[in-house]
Design a protein around this ligand. Sequence first.
Ligand code: SF4
Ligand code: SF4
Length: 303
Amino acid sequence: MEALPENDPIPPVRLYRINAGSCNGCDVELATTASVARFDVERWGCRYSESPADADIVLITGPLTVRVRDKVLRLYGEVSEPKVTVAVGVCPISGGVFRDSYAVVGPIDRYLPVDINVPGCPPHPRALGAGIAKAATLWRERCGYTQPSPELASPGNYDGDAVAPTGLRGKMRFNAAACVGCRMCEHVCAGGAIRFDETDTGLHFTLWHNSCAFCGLCSHYCPTKALSVTDEWQMSHLQEDKYRLVEQGVVSFVPCTDCGSILLPVAPELLRVAYRETSREIERLKTLCPECRQKQSIGGIRR
Ligand code: SF4
Ligand code: SF4
């Protein structure tokens, strides 16, 4: 497209929402961006359109089910170019907790080009605002507008004064020093967001925020609370960063003080949970591998 002159008036950016089989959680949050004053996207030069043909930005919710796939792709094709596509919520980005369902054919980027992702289950309205603002900037760039919209140039309009409500579940945080490598978190995660890779040096933990449904189960079942929920809701990002939005850590192996074989260290948090008070004997046993621990315990009983 030919670049537009710098002094051209900046038109409002028009948004169109497509539901690709969503549970409606994200759609309810999107509704606030049209109906609740403090989240209203009109404050930064955007407005919702009733027709795909009139839209500039497509907001897609849901994991893309078999049932709606063709309708979604047809509607998407009706949006004129240049357009910007936003995947709203973890479902269109990765499938979320529905990712292995027979009824789901997503993630959505298998079928159409995504520009912006706004993870969450559902995302906070402020996160949606930030994602829409990024998309609007991108759309204006694609159209050749060289002047940024004054509203969009001020992030305070969509996230500057955001205070997370009490109890909001956001990004998960991992504390490798407290992890004992039981892998319970990996087992209970319905979104498949957590993976451990065992190497010669230790257990490598990865949590993909774009698969996490903020359910908090990993933290609930973690015996040492090495995983905790934060109230960080701002995670909208460009598609190129889809696989970079991760939480990582390494639980390094340590040598057994007796035989030298490697073992996972016993986190102090685990001792606090298991014993009311620690002793010299417990401190000594925690540096031993299971076999040496067993031998020494039996030796102690015999003595
Ligand atoms: S984070 Fe918690 S649940 Fe997961 S492996 Fe470590 S200790 Fe176990
Ligand atoms: S909060 Fe934990 S268990 Fe729940 S989806 Fe996210 S990583 Fe998985």
